[in-house]
Design a protein around this ligand. Structure first.
Ligand code: RAM
Length: 391
C-alpha cells in the first residue's frame, strides 16, 4: 500500500517533469502505465528452462525484487532514466519494461525514453532533456560509440550516474556497461552457426542494424577476428555487411538486395532482432534456399524457426532483454545509493536475476568496466514455442 501511495505521488511529479522536459525526439512512458507486459509474467508450462539461461519463471517472480537492493538504501526519492536505441522495436520495449519494473518495485521513479530513430542525434536531444529534468541516473543503449561522449560527459558533470546497457560508448563517457553477453562469445556463436549452416564453406552475408551501432559492430569485428585467427573458417566468404538500420522496411529491402546481388549466397546472419525478423519473412515467403541465423526475439521468430525447407531459420541466439533491463536498473540503483562506483571488482545484489550477486569486471583492453548478464542462449525448434511466450 505504501508503494502505491509513493507511486501515485511520483507519477504526479513525473508527469509534470515530462510535460516540461519531453522534446519531440522521444516518447515517454509514465510510471502509471508501468504494468509489466503480460508476456513477461507468462511462465511457460515447461519452465525447466536450460540452465545457462535466465529461466522464464525467474522473470516473473516479483517477491525478491520488491526488496531494496541489499547493501543500499533503496531507490525511493530518486529518478532513474532509461534511453533505448529507438522506438518501435519490441526488443527495446522488453529491455525498458524490465528496467521500469525493477525501479518501481524498489520504490524509485522511472523515466523511459525511446528516441524516434536509432541515431546519436535523437539520443543527444533526449540526454539533454534528462539533464534539465535533474534525473539521478541515465542508462542508455548507445546508437554510437563516440558521438554521445559530450552529452554524457555533461550529464556526468551534473552529478548524474551514467551507464550503458546493450550497446556501449567509449568508457570515459560512462561508469560501467551492462553487457548482455561476452562479445567474443556472441561472435563465436554466430560464426559457428554460419559455419554449420553453410557446411563450412561458401558465401554468407551479414544484415546488421545501423553502421554506427556499437554492439553490432563489436560482434561483427569478433566474427572477423575469429575467422582470421582460425584456419577452420578460411573457406567462409563474407560477401557484404548490409545495414537495415533496425527499420523493418529497410531491413526487408536490404535482404532482397542481398538475394539479388549474390546468387551463390548460402546464409544470412543478422545480429539484430529487427533485421533477422525482416529477413526471415523475406526468405520464407520466397521459399528461398538461403538459410538464416543471428540474434532474434523468440516471440517474433517462432513462425520462422524450423529444421525443414518450409522454415527460413534453423536456429538463432539471444539473451533475456527483460533481465538486461533489470540488471541496468539494479546497477543504476547501486550507483545512486553509493553501493558501487562502477570500478572493477565491486559487487552488488541484483534481486532475482540468476547470476546475482554480480561482480564488475574490467574490459579486456583495460579501459573501463562491464557487467555481463550471462551467456547467449540458443533457440531452436525444441524450445522456441516455450520461449516465444516469455519475450
Ligand atoms: C536489436 C537492437 C539491439 C540488439 C538486438 C540483438 O533489437 O539492435 O541493440 O541487442 O537487436
Amino acid at each position: 500500500m505504501k508503494k502505491k501511495t509513493v507511486s501515485a505521488m511520483l507519477a504526479a511529479v513525473l508527469t509534470g517533469a515530462l510535460l516540461a522536459g519531453c522534446g519531440s525526439a522521444a516518447t515517454t512512458t509514465a510510471p502509471a502505465e508501468s504494468a509489466a507486459p503480460a508476456v513477461e509474467s507468462a511462465a511457460p508450462a515447461e519452465s525447466a528452462a536450460p540452465a545457462e539461461s535466465a529461466a522464464p519463471a525467474e522473470s516473473a517472480a516479483p517477491a525478491k525484487s520488491a526488496a531494496p537492493a541489499e547493501g543500499g538504501s533503496g531507490a525511493a526519492g530518486h529518478t532513474y532514466a532509461i534511453v533505448t536505441k529507438s522506438a518501435g522495436n519490441p526488443y527495446n520495449e522488453r529491455e525498458a519494461s524490465g528496467f521500469q519494473e525493477t525501479i518501481e518495485a524498489e520504490g524509485g521513479t522511472c523515466i523511459v525514453q525511446h528516441p524516434e530513430a536509432a541515431t546519436a542525434d535523437a539520443q543527444i536531444a533526449v540526454i539533454q532533456s534528462l539533464i534539465s529534468q535533474g534525473v539521478d541516473s541515465i542508462a542508455i543503449a548507445a546508437n554510437d560509440a563516440n558521438a554521445l561522449t559530450a552529452a554524457l560527459t555533461e550529464a556526468k558533470d551534473a552529478g548524474i550516474k551514467v551507464i550503458t546497457l546493450d550497446s556501449d560508448v567509449t568508457p570515459e563517457a560512462r561508469l560501467t556497461f551492462c553487457n548482455q553477453a561476452g562479445v567474443t562469445e556472441v561472435g563465436q556463436a554466430l560464426l559457428d552457426a554460419v559455419y554449420d549452416l553453410t557446411g563450412g564453406e561458401g558465401q554468407y552475408a551479414i544484415l546488421s542494424a545501423t553502421s554506427q551501432a556499437t554492439n553490432q559492430n563489436a560482434w561483427i569485428a569478433a566474427m572477423e577476428e575469429i575467422t582470421k585467427s582460425d584456419e577452420k573458417y578460411s573457406k567462409l566468404e563474407c560477401v557484404e555487411v548490409a545495414y537495415g538500420d533496425d527499420e523493418p522496411q529497410k531491413s526487408t529491402d536490404q535482404t532482397q538486395a542481398l538475394l539479388q546481388n549474390y546468387p551463390d549466397l548460402k546464409v544470412i546472419c543478422s545480429p539484430t532482432t529487427v533485421g533477422i525478423a525482416a529477413a526471415a519473412k523475406v526468405l520464407q515467403d520466397q521459399g528461398s534456399s538461403v538459410k538464416l541465423t543471428g540474434l532474434g526475439l523468440p516471440s517474433e521468430m517462432a513462425e520462422y524457426i524450423g529444421d525443414d525447407d518450409a522454415h527460413s531459420c534453423p536456429y538463432m541466439f539471444l539473451w533475456n532483454p527483460i533481465d538486461l533491463g533489470k540488471l541496468a536498473a539494479y546497477t543504476s540503483i547501486a550507483l545512486v545509493d553509493g553501493t558501487i562506483t562502477g570500478a572493477e571488482g565491486e559487487t552488488f545484489e541484483a534481486g532475482d536475476l540468476e547470476s546475482s550477486p554480480y561482480t564488475i569486471k574490467a574490459l579486456a583492453d583495460g579501459t573501463g568496466s562491464e557487467i555481463i548478464l550471462g551467456p547467449p542462449f540458443k533457440f531452436d525448434p525444441s524450445n522456441i514455442e516455450e520461449w516465444s511466450k516469455v519475450y
